[in-house]
Design a protein around this ligand. Structure first.
Ligand code: FES
Length: 95
């Protein structure tokens, strides 16, 4: 049995009504959808989970690669392929 956690991209979709600087207001739900498509197209076993605030609101939309991955800032749906490629090159997970 493999008890390693599945690689997962935690995408902040927190939205503050009437405020700037929240990931949800910056398009992170579209980012989640684009990442899911890109991950499926590559046959990767990564999950995508929408989550609450990651504490870097002014630099969002943000995602955290878990486990042991970086937090990436200013992530947009149109960057999803580049984000996946960046993680493939530098995220030390072994799915
Ligand atoms: S709202 Fe996304 S990091 Fe705070």
């Amino acid at each position: 049995m493999n008890d390693k956690p599945n690689p997962t991209l935690l995408v902040c979709t927190h939205r503050r009504l009437g405020a700037t600087g929240s990931c949800g207001a910056g398009g992170s739900e579209e980012l989640s959808d684009a990442l899911r498509l890109g991950i499926a197209a590559r046959g990767l076993g990564w999950g995508v989970t929408e989550t609450g605030c990651l504490g870097h609101c002014l630099h969002g939309p943000n995602l955290k690669a878990a486990p042991n991955g970086p937090i990436l800032h200013d992530c947009r749906a149109e960057h999803s392929d580049a984000l996946i490629e960046r993680l493939l090159a530098g995220w030390p997970v072994k799915p």
